[in-house]
Design a protein around this ligand. Structure first.
Ligand SMILES: Cc1ncc(COP(=O)(O)O)c(C=O)c1O
Ligand SMILES: Nc1c(O)cccc1C(=O)C[C@H](N)C(=O)O
Length: 395
């Protein structure tokens, strides 16, 4: 049985804050702060360039990848870290398209995160391919025999809607296509099993539910059947078979390591590695069960006490990730008022109040405080204040 009291203690949670935005940026694990301080003092300061070998900086992208593998149903040696998620989407999508040379259609849905759609638009434009975007509920019917790649984000960033990864991957394969999954809102939030789903490629970020910190590196997974065939269109020297041979011609490394591009973000990887310690004793089944308890309690509480908002997430927990959103016509101001009251969720245009529930550190007391705070702000109208309407650059 996972000890969620112990996992909560592993985080620095600021006094007076109820944090329900781990689906955008996870809070700081205390071990990450200490590890970065140690890394600076013992490794960068003292070892200088020798740290690449002595401290293992060079192999860190694969070692950290192995730790993430367990959380997404992948095997050792199948995941590598680096770059931003948008770059990993580009690499996975371009590699998948190249594995289906006779076909040029990419299928995605309108709930996908804009960056994924922008990457697909850019690739489609440069390769003469076609991007088809349909409503999330229309995806299955839109899988046709001309499809090259089905590219979906498993959990919708706005609604929390969760696609059926197993069923849609199987449908894509039946149609002769490959399936690429973005796990940004799944890894560390739900019980992902890429091997059981028989997916082809997956990518994700580590600054949300994996708590690696702002700008933490992304990950990419390639199914072993593609790992030595996938062409990394973004060919960088760290993905070369022998980077320090300085060969002028590219020759991809074996396996997923070919998806490395350039120098890894060593300090960020140290923070992430420490952040992953907390997962060592966490069962994904327990995580999922607790996520459902929290999100169900939140929906029930808000619906009982906040008549002005409407649920914007699936009611059935089986169809939902670990976040819940509600709509309110003045959602931006309502969220700012809530944040000012110490309850941190976020707002997504045009009218969505979004709340992420991270089972590692959120509990039923957080749910109660958030429900009470939202009900109070909606009841007393305190959100309707000039200062809560001023838009910040980052929401
Ligand atoms: C589903 C999804 N894809 C892509 C991105 C973009 O990630 P990044 O800014 O790390 O490239 C995000 C979050 O920002 C996301 O939620
Ligand atoms: N990556 C982010 C950032 O650099 C700044 C602000 C927010 C983010 C996010 O991750 C947003 C997130 N993907 C979302 O689902 O809205």
């Amino acid at each position: 049985m996972t000890d969620f009291t112990a996992t909560r203690r592993a985080f620095h949670l600021p006094q007076g804050i109820t944090y329900l935005d781990g689906n955008s940026l996870g809070p700081m694990p205390v071990a990450a702060r200490d590890r970065v301080a140690r890394m600076m003092a013992d490794e960068w300061s003292e070892m200088l360039i020798t740290g690449w070998n002595k401290a293992g900086w060079y192999v860190q992208p694969r070692k950290v990848g192995d730790r993430i593998a367990r959380l997404i149903g992948a095997g050792p040696g199948q995941v590598v870290m680096g770059d931003t998620l948008s770059i990993k989407v580009f690499q996975a999508l371009s590699a998948a398209l190249a594995l289906r040379p006779g076909r040029r259609v990419i299928l995605s849905d309108s709930g996908n995160f804009p960056s994924d759609l922008y990457v697909a638009q850019g690739l489609a434009h440069s390769l003469g391919a076609e991007l088809r975007v349909v409503a999330p509920e229309a995806v299955e019917a839109a899988i046709t025999d001309d499809l090259a790649v089905l590219m979906l984000t498993e959990v919708d960033y706005r609604t929390g809607r969760r696609h059926d990864m197993d069923a849609l991957t199987a449908r894509a394969h039946d149609a002769g296509a490959l399936a690429l999954w973005d796990l940004a809102h799944s890894a560390g939030a739900v019980d992902v099993d890429l091997t059981a789903a028989d997916a082809d490629f997956a990518v994700g970020c580590t600054y949300k539910y994996l708590n690696g910190g702002p700008g933490a590196p992304a990950f990419i997974w390639t199914h072993p059947r593609h790992a030595d065939a996938a062409q990394p269109i973004l060919q960088g020297w760290m993905g070369h078979d022998a980077p320090f041979a300085f060969d002028p011609d590219y020759r991809p490394a074996t396996g997923v390591e070919r998806m490395r591009v350039g120098t890894p973000p060593v300090i960020a990887l140290a923070a992430l590695d420490a952040a992953l310690d907390v997962w060592d004793d966490v069962s994904l089944a327990d995580l999922r069960a607790r996520s459902i308890v929290l999100t169900q309690a939140f929906i029930a509480g808000v619906e009982a006490s906040c008549p002005d908002v409407t649920l914007n997430s699936p009611r059935d927990p089986a169809l939902r990730g670990s976040q819940v959103s509600f709509c309110h016509p003045q959602g931006y101001a309502v969220m700012q008022a809530l944040i000012a009251a110490g309850i941190v969720g976020d707002f997504r245009a045009p009218d969505v109040l979004r709340f992420g529930f991270a089972p590692l550190y959120n509990d039923l007391d957080d749910v109660e405080r958030a429900v009470d705070g939202l009900a109070r702000i909606l009841r007393d109208g305190s959100w309707n204040d000039e200062r809560f309407h001023q838009r910040a650059a980052v929401t």
